[in-house]
Design a protein around this ligand. Structure first.
Ligand SMILES: Nc1ncnc2c1ncn2[C@@H]1O[C@H](COP(=O)(O)OP(=O)(O)OP(=O)(O)O)[C@@H](O)[C@H]1O
Ligand SMILES: [Mg+2]
Length: 231
């Protein structure tokens, strides 16, 4: 379960103070696929970075699977980011001259898996996200956008995280490919019981999630998702 309690993030730049996150509370059950919508600059990426411990909240608590990450010392936060969170970005953020498989194996190195274990797990994950075996050795910079995003999703799954944070994962993809990626994230969240939060501007994609939140003026509100899309 993910529990966010009265989280505030203040940015001070010179005389300017902004609060893109100004008292946000919500709870999502484990295995939920949820969307976060909001205008540009509304604080969506800021919120994700607080949930993924890339940045610290000014106040409030983020509790992931019973652990209050807002109270963890920096050394533990590094381990939390590495072991419990998967990140997926709009620009894939793969290492361009490494193969698809090597990109997926990389996060497992820190988890202490042997090379053989990393290799077989990466191959398994790549197949799960829909990348055929003949593509596994292809360099990341030679993959199409849709394939690159599949590899980045496999990488996010590498350490079997409780939570995956995806910041506009379809932003660089055409509509059809974007829809396939959302369908993939949705089925993974349910099959692996992984909570996945996806930031998107696309209402059609947001309608495919279990829950839908909108961020505006520092606050998060939930909107109904049409029942036909739920299962
Ligand atoms: N490190 C920072 N220092 C100061 N201000 C920041 C910082 N990071 C973000 N902001 C500001 O916080 C606000 C929210 O930014 P954020 O990137 O979270 O929005 P967003 O909803 O992700 O926008 P987009 O849809 O364009 O990606 C913006 O006004 C931004 O300029
Ligand atoms: Mg953003």
């Amino acid at each position: 379960m993910l529990e966010v309690r009265d989280v505030v993030k203040v940015f001070k730049t010179g005389d300017n103070t902004i609060k893109p996150v100004n008292g946000i509370s919500f709870t999502v059950e484990q295995g939920t696929f949820a969307a976060i919508l909001g205008k540009s600059g509304s604080g969506k990426s800021t919120l994700l970075s607080l949930l993924g411990a890339l940045d610290k909240a000014t106040s409030g608590d983020v509790v992931v699977d019973g652990v209050n990450i807002s109270a963890l010392p920096d050394a533990k936060l590094t381990a939390y980011r590495r072991d419990d969170i998967g990140f997926v970005f709009q620009a894939y953020n793969l290492i361009p001259n490494l193969s698809a498989k090597d990109n997926v194996m990389l996060p497992m190195e820190f988890a202490g898996l042997s090379r053989a274990e990393r290799s077989s797990r990466a191959a398994e994950l790549l197949v799960q996200v829909g990348l055929e075996e003949d593509m596994h050795d292809r360099k990341a910079n030679k993959l199409s956008g849709g394939m690159a995003q599949r590899v980045s999703i496999a990488r996010a799954l590498a350490n079997n995280p409780k939570l995956i944070l995806a910041d506009e994962p379809t932003g660089n993809l055409d509509d059809e490919t974007g829809e396939l990626i959302i369908d993939l994230l949705r089925s993974l969240s349910h099959e692996k019981n992984t909570t996945i939060l996806v930031v998107t501007h696309d209402h059609a994609l947001a309608a495919k999630t279990d829950r839908k939140f909108r961020l505006a003026r520092g606050r998060l509100t939930e909107e109904p998702v049409r029942a036909a899309h739920l299962h």
